[in-house]
Each structure stands twice: as structure tokens, then as C-alpha cells.
Design a binder for this molecule. Structure first.
Ligand code: MG
Length: 298
């Protein structure tokens, strides 16, 4: 059997099965479609703030209309997380991730770090309740007190295994996000983030890539994602100027080639400003991204 044809058939079969399934929300993002391992797929998603609608229900209707498969939320408490999961039940829309941001994990004050861990654990509980694939974590922005890199990295690698274990218990994971050095000097590229994940060695500690930051920090998007193979479980999408993909000359082809080569099956989520009418511009952007994905020959 031709491998490509075989994979296509498998994917089609899975799609039909998923359509008929009466299961509520998947616990982890990759359970949503469960294609053959290594078959990359583009699953588009957006931070909820970009999607028009006064309620989660209205936003859900719109993301489906746009061709998206999930919503990404900010930090949530457990009650709100449960409510969102209820709101999304049966809609076919998943919670991709919680973009929670800063937890003081490399603060010079050990007490602050312990508070950071405690708060992160609460967020992991909420992510588990929401059925989210991960909690996006920044250990320090530039304005936050922080240890120098070597010491900060050591502290992080020491405290993350217990956090990872807790994340696994909650059915979710930590997603470390490298940012450009103007925002966070601690972690700027995917390779050093992947090295931290590797050193921790927990399925509950993973990472992501953000095309906006990558445009500033990575020489080669494809190589960056390859460096993250096995650890990359989420992607943020934005143009060079942090508008919608397609609203400037930022190309996604090299990065998408990398995602295809590592068999990426998680969500690619809009984190950007929307120039113009979202009801018109987001579907246009999703079409652009699908074309870029097709152009990326793995
Ligand atoms: Mg981001």
C-alpha cells in the first residue's frame, strides 16, 4: 500500500469516527483526533479575546465558522474552567491551552519561587478541569526579579520535575514559552527550552514556539522546531508585526515544514492583533495559513 494513500485513508477513518463519537471533551489535545503517530496536522485555534462574541457560546460558534478547532483562554480559576468545559461540551471545540504567563520560578527569593510553584499547580488544576492541553508559562519577563541564566536554569530544572508530575496527575502539561529578548532575556529560542525539557525528563514539562518571537530570535524556523522535537506541544501564530498571519510578509512555510517533520498534532493558536473586521480577516488568515501549510513539503 502506498504510504501516503494509507495515511490519508487512516486520517479519513479517524475523522468519521471522531464525528460519531459521543465522548465529551478530550483530556489532552492530541486525543482529539488520534491519527497515526507522526502524521502532522494543522489544527487552527485562537485566543478567545480575538474571536467576536459576547459569550463562550458565541465565540465557539464563530471559531467553528472560521474553520478553527479550539479556543485558548487566559489564566482561569477552577470554577471558571469547569464552566467553560461545560459550555464547550458537544460543540467539537476544545480548550487548546491556558495562556497564564508569568510564574516567578527563577526569582532570587526561594519563598517567591515556592509561591510561583503553588500558583502554577493551581493553574494546572484549572487546565485539567478545562480539558486544556497545557498551561503556557514564562519563568520571568525582563521587569521581574530573576537569577542569572546559569543559576536560574539550575533552579528551574530542580523544581520542574515535581511540577511535571503534578501536571501529569491533572492530565495536562506545562508549556514553556521562549520570548524575544526585548520581553524576556531568560529564554529566547526553542533549542534551549527543549534542552530544559530534556534535562527535566517529565511528560508534564513541555514547550511551545511563537512565530512572532521566532521571527526575531531564530535564524531558521524549521531547525528551531526540529530542535524541539518531542517537546513542542503548542504554537502561537502572529505576523512579523504581531498582526494576523498574512497581514504582512512573515512566511510560515519553513516553520510549518519543521512542524510536519516532527509530526506536530497540537494546536496553532492566534495570538495577535486583528487589523480590520475579525469576521472577514480571521477566515482570510486561516486560508492563508492552510496555503502555507500545503506549501511546506516535509
Ligand atoms: Mg506567545
Amino acid at each position: 500500500v502506498d504510504r501516503r494513500a494509507f495515511l490519508k485513508t487512516t486520517l479519513l477513518g479517524t475523522g468519521v469516527a471522531a464525528g460519531l463519537s459521543v465522548r465529551p471533551l478530550p483530556i489532552l489535545a492530541e486525543e482529539a483526533s488520534a491519527p497515526a503517530k507522526g502524521t502532522a496536522m494543522l489544527k487552527l485555534c485562537s485566543q478567545d479575546s480575538n474571536i467576536p462574541g459576547k459569550s463562550v457560546k458565541e465565540k465557539t460558534d464563530n471559531i467553528l465558522k472560521f474553520g478553527g478547532a479550539a479556543l485558548e483562554f487566559g489564566g482561569l480559576d477552577v470554577g471558571r474552567a469547569r464552566q467553560i468545559r461545560k459550555d464547550l461540551q458537544g460543540t467539537g471545540v476544545a480548550v487548546a491551552a491556558l495562556c497564564a504567563g508569568y510564574f516567578p520560578l527563577i526569582d532570587p527569593d526561594p519563598q517567591k519561587r515556592q509561591e510561583g510553584v503553588a500558583n502554577l499547580k493551581k493553574m494546572l488544576e484549572a487546565a485539567g478541569e478545562a480539558g486544556a492541553g497545557g498551561v503556557i508559562v514564562v519563568p520571568a519577563f525582563n521587569q521581574h526579579p530573576q537569577l542569572e541564566f546559569d543559576e536560574g536554569r539550575k533552579v528551574l530544572v530542580d523544581l520542574l520535575p515535581a511540577v511535571g508530575e503534578y501536571a501529569v496527575k491533572c492530565n495536562t502539561r506545562v508549556l514553556l514559552e521562549p520570548l524575544n529578548r526585548g520581553e524576556a532575556k531568560f529564554l529566547n529560542q526553542l533549542a534551549p527550552a527543549a534542552a530544559i525539557c530534556r534535562d527535566v525528563g517529565s511528560p508534564g514539562i513541555a514547550m511551545m514556539g511563537d512565530f512572532y518571537h521566532m521571527a526575531k530570535e531564530e535564524k531558521d524556523d524549521e531547525a528551531a522546531f526540529l530542535a524541539g522535537e518531542g517537546w513542542v506541544h503548542h504554537v502561537h501564530l502572529a505576523s512579523r508585526a504581531r498582526n494576523l498571519p498574512g497581514q504582512d510578509n512573515r512566511s510560515f512555510v519553513s516553520g510549518f515544514r519543521g512542524l510536519k517533520r516532527i509530526g506536530f498534532q497540537d494546536y496553532c493558536s492566534l495570538e495577535c492583533t486583528v487589523k480590520g473586521d475579525a469576521m472577514v480577516e480571521i477566515p482570510k488568515s486561516f486560508e492563508f495559513l492552510k496555503q502555507q501549510w500545503a506549501e511546506a513539503k516535509a
